[in-house]
Design a protein around this ligand. Structure first.
Ligand code: OSB
Ligand code: MG
Length: 368
């Protein structure tokens, strides 16, 4: 496509309820929406950074700055580029993978809309719906957690993930197991532990969890391998898998047996597919993670999660799990525990211009 410019918007979307992880509590989702303006029409993307750099080093206003100052000028310099070129043009700039992913998605969407190809078909989707899991934040106490999980099970979610942190791990997990029996259940620590906590983490083995996600730090590939040998529960990595290379290293070291794939974290949907392919060749199950996406990222995640190697339910939940009002006209809904993969060209969803405008708090155009 030939790109004339990019419009960036910072959005504030109120959450239906506070979302608490080991690293903090969020009540309003701050996120960046990208619109690529091309000679063949617009394409949309989403930069999934959060307000503060607590999940990873990226954060919204860092992405806002690097995109305008370095990434977009490099893309506009080329002006005519294929979606496959975006990562290569941005490669000299270190890190900032969520920012790169959002720009790449906007270019990809513009190109696919022009060609009439759905994103799922382009990425290699083999399903028209994907099973929907839900990520449940840390609640006031284990009883409140049981209530929250009960609500999601009633809605039909097929897999529950609970957030844990030191002091809110064994008892929370036990409460959910006791209340609901053998439901598909997993936990996510968001790097809140160290190898010294191995004994506590080993206590989780008795709950027959699908996996434990990212117990240690992002750069702890060797410690994760050590921990993985001590646990019966499979270790799954999220934060640590920042690229195809990191995925290859993690598998070679035995740091994990399962991989959470998030396009933002790895620099784009195209890199996400490469990690899927690697894992599939290695016989390693993957699942699609989430970053509280708007309808843009949620549509793209459903497409990605429909690839054949995504054999575990992802954090691909309905829009209503987080938002009362989305910025697309047909937000993702739960149907029999599944979310539909959009079938229209590109992302297959249309932006609701009024909703978009209403939640925009900053807007800038780079180029024209
Ligand atoms: O670790 O998977 C995570 C949300 C924000 C940052 C990190 C994570 C999460 C979630 C929610 O767990 C996933 C979702 O449903 O979008
Ligand atoms: Mg995670």
């Amino acid at each position: 496509v030939t790109v004339d410019g990019f419009e960036l918007r910072v959005l504030h979307l109120p959450l239906v309820s506070p979302f608490t992880t080991s690293f903090g509590t969020e009540t309003v989702r701050e996120v960046i929406v990208v619109r690529a303006r091309t000679t063949d029409g617009d394409g949309w993307g989403e930069i999934v950074t959060q307000y503060d750099p607590l999940y990873s080093s990226e954060y919204t206003h860092g992405a806002w700055d690097v995109a305008q100052r370095f990434l977009i000028p490099a893309l506009l310099e080329r002006r005519t580029l294929a979606p496959d070129d975006v990562a290569a043009v941005l490669e000299p700039f270190k890190g900032h993978r969520m920012a790169k992913a959002g720009l790449e998605l906007a270019v990809l969407d513009a190109a696919l809309r022009r060609d009439g190809i759905p994103l799922g078909a382009h990425l290699g989707a083999v399903r028209d719906r994907v099973p929907s899991g839900v990520s449940v934040g840390i609640q006031r106490d284990p009883a409140a957690l049981v209530d929250a999980v009960h609500g999601y099970l009633d809605e039909g979610y097929v897999r529950i993930k609970i957030k844990i942190r030191p002091g809110r791990d064994v008892d929370d997990t036990a409460a959910v197991r006791d209340a609901f029996g053998t439901i598909p259940l997993q936990v996510d620590a968001n790097s809140a532990y160290t190898l010294q906590d191995a004994d506590v983490l080993a206590e989780l083995d008795r709950f027959d969890l699908l996996l434990i996600e990212q117990p240690l730090q992002e750069d702890d590939l060797v410690d994760h391998a050590t921990l993985a040998r001590r646990l019966r529960t499979p270790v799954c990595l999220d934060e640590s898998v920042v690229s195809l290379k990191a995925a290859r290293d993690a598998l070679a070291l035995g740091s994990c047996r399962i991989v959470n794939i998030k396009a933002g974290r790895v620099g784009g949907y195209l890199e996400a597919v490469r990690i899927h392919d690697l894992a599939q060749d290695a016989g390693v199950p993957v699942w699609c993670g989430g970053m509280l996406e708007t309808g843009i990222g949620r549509a793209a995640n459903a497409a990605l999660a429909a690839l054949p190697g995504f054999t575990l339910p992802g954090d691909v939940s309905a829009s209503a799990r987080f938002y009362t009002r989305d910025i697309v006209t047909e937000p993702a809904v739960l149907e029999d525990g599944q979310v539909r993969v959009p079938t229209g060209p590109g992302l297959g969803v249309e932006i609701d211009p009024v909703a978009l405008e209403d939640c925009t708090v900053e807007r800038v155009v780079v180029g024209r």
